[in-house]
Design a protein around this ligand. Structure first.
Ligand SMILES: [Zn+2]
Length: 447
């Protein structure tokens, strides 16, 4: 979920009790915590502004004279960055504070550096960090343009990557694979002038256009800047995404920008099927050429189809699932984030369509979405996923290696293949050394 949207559905969750129970699943004994921590992992769906360290948020706010609801980590966790949220609006509250402190190059570089360190520290060897440069830019002449924003984030990630790759054994034959990263730029499905200085000026400059036209123009502006940053300055921008409120803000508003990205060999992912139905996913794939889908949560929700009902909607969903499966369009699944924003899950992954996605052999990855706002780690996301679905060794391995294979790796394909090979070799070495239990699935398994 990202970033703050003023028009989101404010319906509270069904259970608004102060502290809902944390779901417990039967521990999957095939995988120890140590094994899940040690294996090389990817995070292909993670927002920079949803993953700012709280200590850093407090320090930057103090330096910049920005008022926060609390000035201690405990206070912020109590008031804003909670373990559980009562509504989507509450979930989104934190972004206004993180984006507020990320309005200088130094702050962006620091946040990006720490973000990369936090990922590498838990064995996320490759991540694709996403954010909306226009939320951190100022369009005024002499101000902070999108290139400056992108370069600052790339500089922070590069500093961390180079430090970590200098550790003994990294990248050596038989050892852990090198640490790598790439950047995905997010356009917003909708925005208002209050979102950032850039958007304020953009809305003012285009005040005679319709709202939907303005959203499309902004994503065109983003994608041309992103391609220039990659071409002319070596910033590893690999893909475009659209984030933000789905219902009422269709993907087709951004078709021109996605066509342009497509023609300039940039990859495409789209937040879709998160707050809206299967038709949103279909539109992302057909109109925007999406190769990956952020969440895809409502892939099977035939009842959420707008233009059809009953058997027709059910058949549409079946065909859509087949299309996604056969073309290996990858779903970027974010378990904790979904638990926090989808009341129908009743706070248990057992109600998540991930079970059906695996049964249908879809290409999927497990991701964090927002490390701070969702209060999670990639290792923790894997733990609860392997437990909830009693995943087998093959299922976990497919998921992990699939993350590397389906990544938008920023360098030539031959290098990507060699990198994935190293990952597989190291993964298999850990399987041997850490005695992954190869017992058959237990009777409580649901796959
Ligand atoms: Zn997201």
């Amino acid at each position: 979920m990202e970033p703050p949207q003023l028009s989101v559905d404010s319906t509270p969750f069904e259970d608004t009790s102060a502290e809902p129970p944390t779901p417990t699943y039967t521990p999957n004994r095939r995988f120890s915590d140590a094994f899940l921590a040690a294996i090389p992992k990817t995070d292909l769906h993670v927002h920079l502004d949803g993953s700012v360290r709280l200590e850093t948020l407090i320090e930057l706010a103090a330096e910049q004279g920005i008022e926060l609801p609390a000035t201690t980590v405990e206070g912020l966790k109590e008031k804003v960055f909670k373990a559980h949220y009562a509504s989507l609006v509450e979930y989104l509250q934190g972004f206004q504070y993180t984006t507020a402190v990320m309005q200088t190059e130094a702050a962006l570089e620091r946040v990006a550096y720490e973000f990369a360190v936090d990922n590498f520290s838990e064995g996320v060897h490759y991540f694709e960090v996403r954010f909306a440069p226009q939320l951190h830019a100022s369009a005024a002449s002499g101000g902070r343009d999108m290139l400056t924003v992108l370069k600052a984030v790339a500089a922070g990630c590069t500093r961390a990557r180079d430090e970590w790759n200098a550790h003994a054994g990294i990248g050596e034959a038989g050892g852990p694979p090198p640490f790598e990263f790439a950047i995905i730029v997010c356009a917003l499905r909708m925005f208002q002038g209050v979102f950032s200085p850039y958007y304020r000026e953009f809305c003012e400059m285009h005040k005679h256009e319709s709202d939907h036209r303005v959203y499309g123009l902004a994503s065109m502006s983003l994608i041309t800047a992103a391609v220039a940053a990659r071409r002319e300055h070596g910033v590893p921008v690999v893909a475009i995404d659209i984030a933000g409120a789905e219902a009422g803000f269709p993907a087709r508003d951004h078709k021109e920008a996605y066509d342009w990205a497509h023609k300039h060999f940039l990859n495409k992912t789209v937040h879709a099927g998160e707050a809206f139905g299967p038709e949103s996913i279909f539109q992302a794939i057909t109109d925007l050429h999406a190769e990956r889908i952020g969440h895809g949560f409502h892939l099977y929700s035939a009842d959420m189809c707008d233009s059809m009902q009953g058997d027709e909607a059910a058949e549409f969903c079946t065909n859509l699932v087949e299309f996604i499966a056969s073309r290996r369009i990858t779903l970027e699944v974010c378990p904790t984030s979904n638990l926090q924003t989808m009341p129908e899950l009743k706070k248990s992954l057992l109600n998540h369509p991930l079970k059906r996605m695996m049964e249908d052999r879809l290409s999927l990855t497990v991701n964090t979405d927002n490390r701070t706002v969702s209060n999670c780690t990639l290792t923790g996301e894997l733990r609860q996923t392997v437990d909830a679905f009693d995943m087998s060794e093959k299922q976990l391995k497919d998921c992990i290696i699939g993350g590397f294979k389906r990544s938008f790796f920023p360098r030539p394909y031959k290098e990507k293949r060699a990198y994935v090979r190293r990952v597989i070799d190291y993964y298999e070495r850990l399987e041997q050394e850490m005695n992954v239990d190869r017992a058959p699935p237990s009777p409580v398994g649901i796959i």
